[in-house]
Design a protein around this ligand. Sequence first.
Ligand code: RP5
Length: 161
Amino acid sequence: MSKVAVIMGSNSDMQVMQDAIDILKEFDIEVEVDIVSAHRTPEKLFDFSKNAHTRGIKVIIAGAGGAAHLPGMVASLSPLPIIGVPVKSSNSIDGWDSVLSILQMPGGVPVATVALNGAKNAGILAAQILGSADQSILNKIVDYKEGLKAKVIDSAKGLNN
Ligand code: RP5
């Protein structure tokens, strides 16, 4: 079974990153969760990044805040697609530091960066990546999008009565 790893720089990121875990579980995708700090546990970062693809993980979601080096460093070491979630953390200046640290990667080392605190979209994007090669996940994404459409149509009903 394909797995998505959701990692974050600190336990304090969990409040934001839980959205990625929740939506992946909604799609019945197996999730592995861990705390991996680029600055405080660099050896763990190296070990995780070099080995994730050998244990069935297909996509890595990495969230961090402030001087948010985790997603980029994982991308430098892993052959897997990396989705970066900038977290507005206690050491963030309005979150711009987190966004720019994750977004402005050099050529050759991509990190697909979602919005500030955008962990839910990171989970959906990871599911879509898996869904491109897995019909049952793709079907769930199609249903999910139909659900989004239905909610908007329902909420618009009766506005002008
Ligand atoms: C980053 O520093 C973490 O990803 C977190 O967003 C931020 C603050 O970490 P704590 O000091 O709360 O552990 O590395």
